[in-house]
Design a protein around this ligand. Structure first.
Ligand SMILES: C[S@@+](CC[C@H](N)C(=O)[O-])C[C@H]1O[C@@H](n2cnc3c(N)ncnc32)[C@H](O)[C@@H]1O
Length: 339
């Protein structure tokens, strides 16, 4: 696996090691074109997070309607010591680290700082967040890996964690962006990265009433709409498409099969030009931007088990809106499908 290792110097704190495994632009272009060529047009949510997208997502996290961030934070804060004890020592690997805020609750409860490995597809945001983190925790060894965690991957050979137990952290209900079968594949991949004795702390949104769910993804200030719309702006800017942002509007709704569906709806019959290809949109046709699956406690434990994880602990809030699972990689003899 090829990786560029660079190191930058934050104001305070130790230097951050950066491994740049970001997919080449041509791979992204091909993936977007594939998504736009399907009968149900879609673009993977991973494209939502350029610099503007990451800032808009952080703004969403502060909205009254967006209960997810504050509820998960409250669970982590309330049970910080118990969770930190459960994690134990070793390297802590966060998948989709974003602003690296939630990890701080865990660091603050730990007797000593772990080696921290942050994985994110958004390189600039990843670097800035890790720099902020080592300014707050000057003794932290932070390793940033810019990569697409939905691709099958192994971690690069990182000497600092070579002999350490690995614990994954996957908060923010990001698992809900994946279809259930993709979530199983992803978790299998994670189990491989974590290895024997690996543990994973994962934040999962629980099923609840539509009256609470829908406003979380379609807020009164229209920040969620701006976040989705930025996807089109990004594809225009970086990949040379000609989406007219005025000819789409954002729509989010709860599908009772158990997911929020987010998309951009075409106002008119129109043709988009992308990569030398004409992409027709009918009036009212939706370009899917994101799913957010919700799981009750039994459903998620079954999903984790299919992926080779045993549930060891579950932490929830008093209203049972959000859940944080402590999972352990199963020994091969207990897995449903052998490796
Ligand atoms: C919903 S945000 C969650 C951020 C943070 N972990 C939290 O809980 O607040 C998702 C994060 O995952 C990153 N991300 C999304 N898809 C990704 C992918 N396929 N590979 C790597 N990072 C990804 C985004 O850039 C973003 O920072």
């Amino acid at each position: 696996m090829s990786a560029t290792l660079t190191s930058n110097s934050p104001v305070l704190g130790s230097p951050i090691q950066l491994y740049d495994l970001h997919p080449p632009l041509e791979d992204l272009r091909a993936e977007v074109l594939r998504g736009l060529s399907q009968p149900q047009k879609s673009i993977s949510p991973k494209f939502l997070y350029d610099k503007q997208g990451a800032e808009l997502f952080d703004a969403i996290c502060t909205l009254d309607e967006y209960y997810l961030t504050r509820t998960e934070m409250a669970i982590l804060t309330t049970h910080a010591q118990e969770i930190a004890d459960w994690i134990g020592d070793g390297a802590l690997i966060e998948f989709g680290s974003g602003s690296s805020q939630k990890i701080r609750v865990l660091f603050d409860a730990m007797a000593s700082l772990p080696t921290y490995v942050a994985l994110d597809i958004s390189k600039q945001h990843l670097q800035e967040s890790c720099a902020d983190l080592v300014n707050v925790y000057p003794n932290l060894l932070a390793i940033a890996i810019c990569t697409d965690y939905t691709q099958s991957f192994e971690l690069p050979a990182i000497p600092a964690i070579a002999d350490q137990r690995r614990v994954g952290f996957f908060p923010g209900s990001s698992i809900g962006n994946l279809e259930p079968d993709e979530a199983v594949e992803f978790l299998k991949n994670v189990a491989g990265v974590l290895g024997a004795n690996g543990r994973l702390l994962v934040g999962v949104d629980l099923k609840k009433s539509t009256a609470i769910l829908e406003p979380a993804y379609d807020d009164a200030q229209r920040v969620s709409a701006a976040f989705a719309m930025n996807l089109l702006a990004r594809i225009n800017r970086e990949l040379g498409a000609d989406f007219d942002l005025n000819q789409f509007h954002y729509r989010a709704f709860y599908n009772p099969i158990g997911r929020i569906e987010m998309g951009l709806v075409s106002h008119i019959d129109q043709t988009i030009h992308f990569d030398g290809v004409e992409i027709p949109f009918r009036q009212g046709e939706t370009l899917r931007t994101e799913y957010s699956y919700k799981y009750n406690l039994v459903e998620f434990q079954q999903l984790a088990e299919q992926a080779g994880f045993q549930t060891k602990a579950i932490w929830t809030d008093p209203q049972q809106w959000f859940s944080v699972y402590g999972l352990e990689v199963m020994p091969p003899s207990l897995r449903q499908t052998p490796d």
